[in-house]
Design a protein. Structure first.
Length: 97
């Protein structure tokens, strides 16, 4: 799957995260801001990269601003941003993910 345009999903509210992505330059360029980066930064990174792998994305610039989101929320925000970037609003394979 290819990122075709910039997209954002999520908010800056407590217990959420904001995911911004745009077309990459041949690799995954990952940026993370979080108040709990020292405690959960590795887990957040793992969730984001695993989600991108499931979506077959390997060329993207992705930025996550975490405000205490759970793993399921992070995963949902990454998925939403990817589908928004492709303008895919129908036939989203939620069960497969």
């Amino acid at each position: 799957m290819k990122i075709t345009q910039p997209a954002i999903a999520g908010t800056m509210e407590s217990s959420d995260c904001q995911v911004t992505l745009e077309e990459g330059n041949g690799k995954i360029d990952f940026s993370l801001q979080s108040d709990v980066i020292h405690q959960y930064g590795n887990e957040i990174r793992k969730v984001v990269l695993d989600t991108l792998k499931k979506l077959q994305i390997d060329d993207v610039r992705i930025s996550v601003v975490d405000k205490g989101a759970l793993d399921c929320t992070i995963r949902a925000r990454v998925e939403a941003a990817v589908y928004r970037s492709r303008k895919q609003m129908d036939d989203i394979p939620w069960k497969e993910l």
